[in-house]
Design a protein around this ligand. Structure first.
Ligand code: NAD
Ligand code: LMR
Length: 331
């Protein structure tokens, strides 16, 4: 039998967890032949643990062929034990009128404890994807506390923003979303994120040329993608969940399967100084994976002065967030 992958999911009884777990158990994340063990972490309070038990009962009731076992716990050391993937979702979402950065002080401390637990208990090949907001800086905190885990094993999610950009460009061009390739987000998963319309293509041509409306690209398109999370919160009264779970499936698949030639995906990874993003910050870049656990940041993409200026501003915001959480980083 194929050895099951151990997948730790924090905040497993939350909105995203509820949409995510059945998809992982169904094989959507690791493929139709790969059994999984779900190691689910929730807060040590009755309401959260009761909800977690209910989710596990539903997973049992799906009788998923690939679901090998489940672990339900309130202890990060148990949840991350021998985990090959840690999906750090659990944290407070923002409400109407808040920016993601407002969550920094509330959610940041979670990622110190979890970074240490990953370091001490996860499998030697562990990889970590952070979704809980502000996800870039939370990933930075966890990465810094997981001293023995190579930095490149940590990522944060802008795949949802990429999917949003792809959908907006397709709608404007009047094509199906599959005609849009290499949609790309640079920088922070925040209102300063930079959706690239120059290196993205529609039916093989630069999206900027196909759309032919610079004012829309630098105006409405930019703002719609940057503010989509807020728009969902306003409409639903809760932050995005089904689309976030779906994007996390995409994110992990992007990093575990070889990226086709000429393509890339948006992943927030530790900067090596590429595109003038200060080294060490966790920023969204075009990333290509080799399917064997490695990846590279795609080099040599041309940015317009407008996009360069926006990326510099987003990188400055990431540096500011890092300074804000200095007390949560190892000295
Ligand atoms: P939710 O409130 O529905 O669920 C979060 C769950 O996490 C809750 O069940 C809570 O009990 C649990 N939790 C809180 N602290 C925990 C801890 N220390 N350990 C374990 N569990 C803990 O929220 P949600 O809608 O599922 O969103 C989760 C996070 O994901 C939020 O921070 C949200 O902003 C973020 N998010 C990110 C993206 C992205 O694209 N990066 C997209 C959507 C949402
Ligand atoms: C999103 O982009 O939908 C999430 O980050 C939730 C939020 O706060 O916007």
């Amino acid at each position: 039998m194929v050895t099951p992958i151990r997948v730790a999911i924090t905040g497993a009884a939350g909105q995203i967890g509820y949409a995510l777990l059945p998809r992982i158990a169904n094989g959507d994340m690791f493929g139709p032949d790969q059994p999984v063990v779900l190691q689910m972490l929730e807060l040590p309070i009755d309401a959260a643990q009761d909800a977690l038990r209910g989710v596990a009962m539903e997973l049992d009731d799906c009788a998923f062929p690939l679901l090998h076992d489940m672990v339900l716990t309130s202890d990060p050391n148990v949840a991350f034990k021998d985990a090959n993937w840690c999906l750090l979702v659990g944290s407070k979402p923002r409400g109407p009128g808040m920016e993601r950065g407002d969550l920094l002080r509330e959610n940041g401390p979670i990622f110190e404890a979890q970074g240490k637990a990953v370091n001490d208990h996860a499998a030697s090949d562990v990889r970590v994807a952070v979704v809980g907001n502000p996800c870039n800086t939370n990933a930075l905190i966890a990465m810094n506390w997981a001293k023995d885990v190579p930095n490149e094993r940590f990522s944060a999610m802008t795949r949802l923003d990429q999917n949003r950009a792809q959908a907006q460009l397709a709608a404007k061009a009047g094509v199906h979303s599959t005609a849009v390739k290499n949609a790309l987000i640079w920088g922070n998963h925040s209102a300063t994120q930079v959706p690239d319309f120059v290196n993205c293509t529609i039916d093989g041509r630069s999206a900027a040329d196909v759309i032919g409306d610079e004012a829309w690209l630098t105006g409405e398109f930019f703002q719609t993608v940057q503010q989509r999370g807020a728009a969902i919160i306003k409409a639903r009264g809760k932050s995005s969940a089904a689309s976030a779970a779906s994007a996390l499936i995409d994110h992990v698949r992007d990093l575990t399967t070889p990226t086709p030639n000429g393509r890339w995906n948006s992943v927030c990874v530790p900067s090596d100084g590429s595109y003038d993003v200060p080294e060490g910050l966790i920023s969204s870049f075009p990333v290509r994976a080799d399917g064997k656990g490695g990846y590279e940041i795609v080099q040599g993409l041309e940015l317009t002065p407008f996009l360069k200026e926006k990326l510099a501003a987003s990188a400055a915001e990431l540096a500011h967030e890092r300074d804000e959480v200095k007390a949560l980083l190892p000295s």
